[in-house]
Structures are given as C-alpha cells and as structure tokens.
Unconditional design. Sequence first.
Length: 451
Amino acid sequence: MKRSEHSKSAPSPQTLQINRLGFHYYPDSLHYTAQDLQTWLPLLSRLNVGWLAMESPATRAIPEAFIRGLLKQGISPLIQFPFSLVDPPELREVAPIIEAYIKWGALHIQIFDRPNLRRTWGPAFWSHPDLAEAFVDAFLPWAQWIVRCGGYPILPPLQPGGDYWDTAFLQNVLTILERRQQTSIIENLHLSAYAWTHNHPLEWGQGGPLAWPEARPYCQSPDTQDQRGFRIFEWYEAIAQSVLERSLPIHLFHVGLPSDPQILFSQSDGFHPAAMPAVQHLYASLAPKGIATVPLAAEYPPSLLSCNFWLLSASPNTPFAAQAWFHEGKPANDAVMQLISPDATHPHSQFTPGSPGIFEHLKRPIGHYILLPPDWTTQPELIPILLSQMPTGDTPTLGTALSEAVLAQRVTLVEPEKFAPEVIEQLRASGCVVDTITLNQVSHLSKYLAR
C-alpha cells in the first residue's frame, strides 16, 4: 500500500494548528465493540481529542469499525505493541494485523517498550556486548514492514534514565540506523517518550543539552538539569539533529505524571492524574480554544505531534480504575470535571459524575465553523472572499474536520453536495445550526465585487 493513499497533495487547514491532545485508552484489549465506540466517540469529540493510544493484541486486530470510527472524527490511533524482547511474537504472525491497521488508516505503530531496561531483555541477553545493535536487529524487520505497508514505525519509549542511559541508547540506535543506511526507515521514523516529571518543575531541562552541557549519565548534580522531566522531547530532538541532521516527530506518553502509573498506584492511595498540578497545567495548554489557553502551548515545537494523558478509562475493579478520568463516558470525580470545564459557573456540588450539565460548556466552544469540502484546494482563492463577507464580529473557524464542526453553534457547509447526507444529519443531531453555500455563489460574489 502506498502512503499517497492516506495523504493529500496539499495541506489542509487542520495542519496549520497541530492538535496534540491525546489519551491512553483502556489498558486492555476488551473495549473495542460498537457500544464502546458509541460511548466514547461523542466525549472524545467534545474534548477535541486528536490522538488515542491503544494497546493491540498480537493475535487479533482492533476491529476495523472502531479504527475507522475514530478516524472519521479526526482522531488518529496510536497502535502500541509493547512486546517484551525476551520472547516477542514472530513478525509473520503479526504482519497481517499491522497491514490491516495501515490499510484502515491507523498509520502510527509502536513496537516494543523500554528496551533500555534489563527486565525487557532478561538477564541472559542483557550481557550482549552491544545492546543497541541487538535492538536494531530486532526492531528493523518490524519497522521495514510498517514502512512497506505505508505506515510510520514508532521507536518505543525508553525508561528516562534507565539501566542503559536513555539518551545514550537513543543516540546509539540512530547512529546504527544511519550507518546501515536505513534511509527509508529514518525518513518515516517517529520517536516516543514517557513525559514523566520525576517530581521536577515542568521547566526542568528546558533547552536540552545545549542549555545544560554539564549533564552526565547516571549523575545528578545540584547545579545542572537533565532529560528526566516533561521537556524530554527537547533532549531527544537534539540527539536526532546531532546524529541525523534533522528532527523526528515525537509522541509523548503518560504526560505530566511523576513516574510510571504502576509505581504510583503502589505508592499512593487516592492518586488521580487530574488532581495533579502538572497534569492540570499541561492539559490546559493543550485544551481546545475557548476552554483554556496557557502560554506553554506556544513553546511546543512542530516535531511534537501528540501528548497523551493517562488514563481515559479502565475496567471497574482493576488496579488502574482509580486513575481513570472517565467511567462509562462520565467524569470520574470533581478534579476531572473542573479540568475539562474550568469556566463552569455552577458549583461542583450541583454536578454528579455523569451529569449532562457538565458538558454544556464543552459542546459549543466554537461560535461559527465553516466546513470545507475535501477538494477545497482546487479553488483556494475564493476562501478569503468568503471570509470577507462574514458579518462584523463573526470570526469563523475554517477547517475540514467534522469532529471540530460538531463543537460549533453554527456550521456553514461549503459545497454541501460533496458531503455524505449523514454529515448534515450528524451536525443537526448534535445541535448545530446548519446552513450551506456553494463556491459558485462565492465566485459570482467575487465577480460582482470586482465590478
């Protein structure tokens, strides 16, 4: 499958502002039914979520309908295969599943997890004379298959610090790929990282190794800072620039947590991500316009594609249920309700988890949305004319994303005949006031104004 089947020849309005907001889905493979999609898709759309990290079984695929349902709403799946390197499955067994995902449009696929830890390899293989070389040997066939199918292989997140220091491991892996002349892999490779704060301020390590040249592996000097914090993406980007002379896209996982959720669960009773100041600040910097704006968002580099918060939901009576933001599509607690709707005028006592009132402030953060047809680039010169005719004070949002349009009070469809009937039905069902206009009308207006 060619990548061109999944990409457009011209950038869409959505690419002008990156939507980095993401969540980790259930930490199991049991919640991919049509009912699950019906439960979660409206909520994800209201929150303007752009990414969803999902663990995939090695023996069966997440259903096509679930994947396509997310994509239809503008949500990009991040497929994770967190295999151990001790006894991973054979590529030939998983290859058809990977090919199916990419065919359906789920292009971003992570293989393995934390290869810089001893436990990932087992004590026998850990003594390998060149562990980075051994990892590339294991990773490369998977990455080659993903690229061949038209997807983007994600280098697995490393343990910040780790038994094999993560920045050294990453540098060695990229150097090996460059030395082996794996050009097609490098051109399509994405990085990932666990963006734990390690109880440091969010500014910890800002500026990367250029700002902190004294940073050394396994050492913590009181006079210097390192990559072990939220700004880990700056350190990884610097390594990519040093080795490859280019940036690589990067995805962040467990954003804002102080450490691994499993460690936090065992150490802290009552821990909840949404109650943590770091998580609150980062979520505010990534929230849709109209809910919250924080200057930190302007600092994110274009290479930072997604920031995924832990944890959308978990099954009841499981260890991670206490860390879930939502249960059956409803806010789990007051901390979540306050975070997703900070401007709510009602006191929390008036809301209970699942109360529909808490979402009223989320449903219409956009006043007017102009929904462009897929082939809008054939007449781009008409768009400024269309915008110029908006009434004074009307500053519409322009885009092609249905997931954004359903958040608007009013939606103008440009070239309505180019949309499926269910698009208009969905907009009206969500409560949007819908009107239409054709580019032919705009063209006539252009000629009239030119006279």
